[in-house]
Every structure is written in C-alpha cells, then in structure tokens.
Design a protein around this ligand. Structure first.
Ligand code: MSP
Length: 635
C-alpha cells in the first residue's frame, strides 16, 4: 500500500479586467479534476487559484471605468468566486496579488535573488509610448493599444541575469524529461533557451500600480515576475509563521497553464527559483485553447462563452464532463453547442442515466429494494467484473498522464459493456422466471455503477454522489480510495432508491438565449453527409426465408433473406438475445444490400439488417411497409 503523498496543484492567476470566461474555467476545471483525482487516491492535496491584480493593463482598465485600481478589481472578485462555486471548483487558496502576504513574499523572493548576486541595474531601451507609459513589444513604431507613434526611450531597470541560467535550465530539462506535458511543447522551450536567452528586466519605473521593488521604491517589480510568486506565497512563502506549511507543499506537483504562457512558466520561473536556490515545480500541464468557430475567444470578436449562461442552461457538471471529454487537453478544441447537447444526450442521459433509471425502476417493479451480496457469481457477471478491473487500470493510467478525454472514452466503453450485459441478460424476463439470477444481474449492475460513479467523481462530483445515493451508498472519500476500488471483490449490498432523472436531455438550443454573443452553429459542417453519400447505400426491402442460430456465438443468427429480383442472401445479425430463429422466419425488414461481405464467427455475411433497440433493451426489426415488394429500394 502506498503511503499518503502530498499533491500541490495550481492554476494560472487570472487578470481581473472582466468576468471569468470559458477559457479561465477550463484551466481551473483541469486543476480541480486533478486535485479530486488525487483525493480519490488518498493523497493530501492543496489547490491554489487566484487573480493577477497589478500592472499597467489593470490600471488602465480601472481608469477607463473611472475607478481606483483596487476598487475596480474588488468588483470582479465575487464573479470569480461565484463561478467557481457554481462549477464545484474546490480550491484551498484563492490568492490575490494585492494581498499583504503576497506582496511581502514577492519582495522576499526578489531580495533573495539580489542577495545571491543575480541582479544588476542598467538601462532598458526600447520603443516607448508616452501616453500609455509603456514600452511596446518588438520595437513597433505604433503603440498596439492606442495606435499612436512610439519613440526610442531608455528607462533605468533592474535586470535578472537570466542568460547565465541557460546551461542549468537545459540540464534540468534533460534530467526531467516529463517536466512538460505534452512533450511537443517541450521542444519549443528547449529551442528558445538554446537560441535567445537574454537577461530579463525585473522592474519598471513607469508602472506605478505594482509591488515596490526591494530597496528602490522608484521601481515596481515587473508584473509577471511578481505574479509568478503567487505559487509560493499562496502556500506561505514570506511568512515566518508558515514555514512549515510552505515546506509541506512546495514544490508544486503540477502547474496547469495555457500554451500562451509557457515561456514564463518553463523558463523564467524555473530560472528565478534556481537563482533563489529553491526547488522547481515537478510538472507543467500545458493545455490548448478553446476556440469558437476556429478562433480564440476574445471580447473584441464577441465570441466569448459565458460559463454562467452555460451552467444555467445545461447544469455545471454536464459542462465539466463536456469540456474534459470533448477537448483533448494537449490540443486546441472548438466549442460547439451541438457537441455539448450531443454529449449530454447520448453519453450522460442515455448511456449512463438510462442505465441507472432502468435498473432501479425494474428492481422496484419487482420489489427488489435491498440487494444482498451475491455468494457465487455466474460466468457472465464474472466477465463484467473482470472488465471493470481492466477498465480501472486503463482509466487510471490515462488520468495519471492527464489525458482526460482518453480516460473518459475508456470509461464509456465500460458503460456500454455494462449496458450490453444488463440488456443481454433480459432481467425483465428473469424477474419472473429466475429470481436468483434477477438479483445477480441487479447486483452486478450496481457494482459496475459504483465503480463508474467513483471514477467519475473527479469530473462530476455532485452527480456521482447522487448516483451512489440511489444505490444506497454514501460517498466517503477515505473509504473509497482508488486502492479500495482496485481490491474490490464485488461483495457489496445495495439499497435501491428511485431518484429524479440524473441527466436531463437538453431542450433544443434557443437562439435568443445564445451562450455566446455570436450566433452559434448548431451542427458543425463537417458532421453533415451529402446526398452523394446517402445514395451510395442500397437499402432494400426483404423477407427472412430461413434462419438458424450461429453455433459458438451468443449473439448471432444466420438468415437467408429474399431480396426479390436481387435473389437470396446470407445475412448475419446480432439479435439472438432478442429473437429466436423461429420467430424471425417470415418477418420482413430493411437490409443494406451493398455492404462489403464480412466474416463473423466463421460465416460470411452479405449485407446488414436495420434494427433499433426499444426501451427495455430488446432489439426490434425495422418494419417493411405492407404492399412494398421484396427488393424495392428505399429512397
Ligand atoms: N495573469 C496571467 C497569468 C499569470 S500566472 C502567474 C494570465 N492571465 S489570463 O487571464 O490572461 O489567462 C489565464 C489562463 O487562462 C491562461 O492559462 C490562458 O491560457 C487561459 N485562457 C484564456 N483564454 C483561453 C481560451 N480561450 N482557452 C483556454 N484557455 C485560455 O495570462
């Protein structure tokens, strides 16, 4: 048994010039899920998020709003806290860079770097915009914020000897090949350090809204340098009474960041820590951008998605699931309402919600409220149990790699397996014919749902607590660590309660209350097929002239199908659990006639029959209309 580990997770701290949007929610959600995943493993966790409140950008925004910077910032803090609360984000520290403890800690770190001899005073030259009182990037002739002409200017500044850390950084990267996830991002960082590492300006005389530079109050600390310090000041750095707490948590185990701020976190921040002789974070998890119609969300484009509107319309936890399932963490992802609704409907309402509802409703119908432990399991249930064990392993390994979309895809495969088991056993028949087996099927389904709910807890905590409650289990973290789950021997008893639907199917998106300021495309173009695709499929009416079971397969039947002028065909179908061969002979249906022949269980199938599953999980044939002859093509 592994001993309890500490795990410290951070998000970037957000600029408070506006309310949080879907991008800030995304970074924060990743960190919350990672924290909860660690809790599930029995680790002691600390989760820091917060706000970045100094610098010219904030001062200018406040001035525009006619407010003092602090008053301006304070007005946004409740929005952040409210959004995080609605989304179930449970942080341990909401760090604010205007807090006294942060200011002291940031000054202490800079002082330490000065004391260690890595700071010198010099001139910073560049193109300067006087009205904005700021140097513009890349020596531009026009100011990027006001558009006015810039002029060459020099400013006194304190420099950090960043260039002298190139070798040490490269050595650190070499020894810590897992420092950055995903790996592709690592190469960008390495080539940057190899090619152009200049000393870093640590202070500004022109920016008044900032933390005073230690020993020279004409200067403020460069806002990025000061902001990075939140990761240490948030756990006690700079406070002599909190030294123990600081040593307990630092270094961070994972720092979640967006790809736009990688250089600050992978180069400047480690170099600053090296200069202060402090341990370096263990990992940076770098995520992509959430885009709307292939563009990064931004206020000027008017495509910013408001998390509060989404929460109101779909509920917070379905959105948590959507973001983690739909958008691979290592790539940019396109936000789409159509995808949100499809995920909620198909994955949550149908695959998971219906499974729970049907099982509980069926058990209630036959007065099975207390599900006692099963002593001897039958083969099919043992197979389901073994599949749950393999799934737990695969799921955990994807979660440990921070590949949430893969973990969830794997978990959903197991939900499909559980659905197939439940419906395949036809418990609605067993309830009357074989009560012992009925009990077993209900119990096995409950055991599977328990595994599913616990693994999904980091993603949808409240919903999964509701799910567990409906099978009579309380969610108690200490008792349900991942390890317990892996040792799980399927000996639980359950108490079944009917609960309101776990996930509602979304009602069609209402254009008037769009979640983004621009009209949202309901279906992505690439999801359409054209008429050319449709006409490729030859759908014919046919009659099953003969039918037999396929020996050795528990699903397949082999049918001889009369397709009129197109002759007789051998077609296999996985419908044995719902129909006997005798029932099928003489039935008429719809068949795909031009499907490439395929071998199944040793027999070649020359087509496919169209079927659909009913509410009880029974497979029903598509009815051929009366008066339409065999071989007639559907159009
Ligand atoms: N204040 C700095 C971070 C300082 S950390 C010491 C900052 N703030 S920010 O508010 O602009 O961005 C914070 C985070 O939100 C970044 O990780 C950024 O990548 C993320 N996102 C902002 N818009 C985003 C999307 N559209 N999609 C995903 N995340 C994006 O940078």
């Amino acid at each position: 048994m592994e001993e309890t580990k500490k795990f410290y997770v951070t998000t970037p701290i957000y600029y408070v010039t506006a309310q949080p949007h879907l991008g800030s929610l995304y970074s924060t959600l990743l960190a919350d899920t990672i924290t909860r995943w660690n809790k599930l493993q029995g680790n002691k966790t600390f989760f820091l998020t917060g706000t970045d409140e100094h610098g010219q950008k904030i001062a200018q925004a406040a001035q525009k709003a006619g407010k003092e910077p602090k008053e301006f910032i304070d007005s946004f803090i409740p929005d952040y806290k409210k959004a995080w609360k609605l989304y179930g984000i449970e942080y341990d520290c909401f760090g604010r860079t205007t807090s006294d403890s942060h200011i002291k800690g940031a000054q202490q770190l800079v002082q330490k770097i000065i004391d260690n001899g890595y700071v010198y005073r010099s001139e910073y030259s560049g193109m300067y915009c006087t009205p904005c009182e700021t140097f513009v990037v890349d020596g531009a002739q026009l100011c990027s914020s006001c558009g006015r002409e810039t002029a060459m200017m020099s400013e006194e500044t304190y420099f950090f000897k960043l260039s002298s850390f190139a070798d040490q950084l490269l050595d650190f990267y070499k020894k810590n090949p897992d420092f950055i996830t995903p790996k592709e991002r690592f190469n960008e960082v390495i080539s940057f350090v190899k090619s152009e590492l200049h000393d870093l300006s640590l202070s500004r005389t022109t920016v008044k809204w900032g933390v005073p530079f230690p020993g020279d109050i004409k200067h403020t600390i460069y806002v990025w340098v000061e902001a990075l310090c939140i990761y240490i000041t948030g756990v006690g750095y700079g406070d002599p009474h909190k030294a123990e707490q600081f040593n307990q948590w630092w270094p961070a185990d994972v720092q979640v960041i967006g790809k736009d701020i990688i250089r600050f976190h992978a180069v400047y921040w480690p170099a600053m820590l090296m200069a202060a002789e402090m341990p370096l974070p263990k990992k940076l998890l770098v995520h992509g951008w959430i885009k709307v119609d292939k563009q990064k969300m931004s206020k000027s484009l008017g495509n910013v998605v408001d998390p509060l509107v989404l929460q109101k319309k779909y509920g917070a936890e379905p959105i948590r699931y959507y973001l983690l399932r739909q958008i691979p963490v290592n790539q940019d992802g396109d936000f789409s309402i159509a995808d949100v609704e499809a995920r909620i409907e198909s994955d949550l309402a149908i695959d998971l919600g219906n499974l729970l509802n049907r099982m509980v409703a069926l058990a209630h119908k036959y007065d099975l409220l207390t599900v006692k432990p099963i002593e001897i399991w039958s083969e099919s249930s043992l197979e389901l149990r073994d599949q749950s064990f393999t799934m737990i392993e695969d799921f955990s390994s994807h979660m440990d790699d921070y590949m949430f979309h893969l973990a969830l895809a794997r978990l959903w495969k197991f939900i499909h397996t559980t659905n197939a088991y439940f419906h395949g056993q036809e418990p609605w028949k067993l309830a009357k014919s074989n009560p012992t087996m009925f009990l077993e099927v209900i119990s096995a389904t409950c055991h599977s749902l328990r595994v599913i709910a616990l693994l999904l807890w980091p993603v949808m905590p409240k919903k999964m607590e509701e799910l567990l409650a409906s099978i009579g289990l309380a969610f108690v973290l200490e008792e349900h660590t991942l390890e317990n789950l892996q040792l799980n021997i399927w000996n639980k008893s359950f108490l079944l309660h009917k609960i309101p639907t776990l996930f509602d199917k979304p009602v069609q998106a209402n254009k008037e209350e769009s979640t983004v300021q621009q009209p949202v495309k309901i279906i992505k173009e690439e999801a359409y097929i054209t008429i050319d695709d449709v006409v490729k499929v030859e759908l014919l009416i046919g009659t099953i002239d003969a039918c037999e079971e396929v020996v050795g397969s528990d699903k397949l039947v082999k049918m001889t199908v009369n397709l009129g002028e197109r002759g007789l065909r051998i077609i296999l179908a996985g419908i044995k659990k719902s129909h006997t061969p005798d029932e099928l002979v003489g039935k008429r249906g719809v068949f795909i006639a031009n499907l490439k022949p395929r071998k199944m269980a040793g027999h070649e199938s020359h087509g496919m029959m169209l079927v659909a599953e009913d509410e009880d999980g029974k497979v029903q044939l598509m009815q051929a209309p009366a008066g339409v002859a065999n071989g007639v093509r559907l159009r």
